[in-house]
Design a protein around this ligand. Structure first.
Ligand code: 13P
Length: 256
């Protein structure tokens, strides 16, 4: 059984001192756990100070994005290679990057490769919009995004990848995805991985769910067959709700 991953994507929230206060509070509530891993995704600005502050036995750091080129004339960008040794994970292809910033599948494929090249595990985010779901295109979209995202990943590298299923219609909306919708999307993702890399990697790869996860629903999501963790947005900004989501994971491991 893989370790459960509870990831908090802070998006463009919390300045450096607010981020430090949140970490301080989380540190009081969250303990080290053999079977539960907790990763925090602060702003780029807070990354360096938090890397000094966090108790590394309790937390891992992740970046919300990064440029795939190692360096160059790209004003305003931070490269994934600059994040080496600072972060353990990087989100790639989050729907906000795809839809607000127009990130293409090709760019996403390059970012996944840059992360792997720099010993950082990419969390490849995939998911359909509301229109795509109502047009019954969910499986096709997931197939396209998984295939393009993993285009540059070899069968030796696939073990470093995490995939997050984040239906766009459930992100930040409070629109709660039903467990059977999630189970079926996760099965589609695993079958795409199986097609590309074989059955064993498709079973081993960690797949997370994200989209309006809060302390009330986290447990039900973590119990879904094939789901290895959650990627939390809004509820990760509150120490009380985020630590109770982590607490749900602790309880689940005790009962397994
Ligand atoms: P919410 O939990 O706020 O819906 O955001 C989910 C998300 O986008 C995590 O990456």
């Amino acid at each position: 059984m893989s370790r459960i991953l509870i990831a908090g994507n802070w998006k463009m929230h919390l300045n450096v001192s607010q981020a430090s206060i949140l970490v301080h509070r989380l540190q009081e509530r969250i303990k080290t756990h053999r079977d539960v891993e907790v990763a925090l995704f602060p702003s780029m600005l807070a990354m360096q100070p938090l890397s000094m502050q966090i108790d590394r036995r309790k937390f891992r750091l992740g970046a919300q994005d990064g440029h795939f080129k190692d360096e160059g004339a790209y004003t305003g960008e931070v490269s994934i290679s600059m994040l080496r040794e600072l972060v353990h994970y990087v989100l790639v292809g989050h729907s906000e990057r795809r839809h607000i910033f127009g990130e293409s599948d090709e760019t996403i494929g390059h970012k996944v490769a840059a992360a792997v090249r720099n010993d950082i595990s990419p969390i490849l985010c995939v998911g359909e919009t509301k229109d795509e779901r109502s047009s019954k295109l969910t499986s096709q979209i997931l197939h396209n995004q998984v295939t393009a995202g993993l285009k540059n990943v070899t069968s030796r590298e696939i073990k470093h990848i995490v995939i997050a299923y984040e239906p766009v219609w459930a992100i930040g909306t409070g629109d709660i995805a039903k467990p059977d919708q999630i189970a079926s999307a996760v099965a589609t993702i695993r079958s795409n991985v199986a097609h590309l890399y074989g059955v064993a990697p498709s079973k081993r790869i960690r797949v997370l769910y994200g989209g309006s996860v809060n302390a009330d629903v986290a447990r039900a999501y973590l119990e879904i067959d094939g789901v290895d963790g959650v990627l939390v947005g809004g509820a990760s900004l509150n120490y009380h709700s985020f630590s109770s989501i982590v607490g749900s994971a602790y309880r689940l491991t005790r009962e397994r």
